[in-house]
Design a protein around this ligand. Structure first.
Ligand SMILES: [Zn+2]
Ligand SMILES: [Zn+2]
Length: 147
């Protein structure tokens, strides 16, 4: 089993990532992420769906955007920790909530999006890519690629 593992708050859901190293992560400061996480921002990473294996009970919440895109959110079926989501606009890609990783204390945040919604007390470090809204296509993926 991969060294890179994570899980929900209650322990019923566990997952492993087929990666050689911890993924690089980004922070999204949008209002939806603040509401959804109950926090200042969400910290997450993109992965190929095939790199993620999950065990344990899950519940799914599907949300359809006005554009017709469908966001599928996967949560622990017991404690409802949100583990990852996928989006019909990006088949084959999952977005994992990085705070659910066992080694979340070792993660780097290499980009910030939706900083126009950032909470005012939070100061971002210099030199880290940041965009007022979503990043232009491809740029966020590029920032997340291992160097
Ligand atoms: Zn749980
Ligand atoms: Zn967001």
């Amino acid at each position: 089993m991969s060294e890179i593992q994570g899980g929900c708050r209650c322990g019923a859901v566990r997952y492993a990532l087929a990666l050689d190293a911890l993924p690089r992560t980004y922070a999204c400061h949008c209002r939806d992420c603040q509401t959804w996480s109950g926090s200042a921002f969400s910290q997450q990473t993109f992965l190929p769906e095939a790199a993620l294996s999950v065990s344990g009970p899950s519940v799914v919440y599907e949300m359809t955007y006005p554009s017709g895109r469908i966001s599928t959110q996967q949560m622990c079926g017991v404690c409802h920790t949100r583990i990852y989501n996928s989006n019909s606009a990006r088949p084959g890609v999952v977005i994992v909530r990085a705070g659910t990783l066992d080694r979340s204390d070792e993660l780097d945040v290499v980009a910030h999006i939706w900083v126009k919604r950032k909470q005012p007390w939070l100061t971002l470090p210099e030199g880290v890519p940041a965009w007022p809204e979503g990043a232009p296509p491809g740029e966020l993926m590029r920032a997340l690629m291992p160097r």
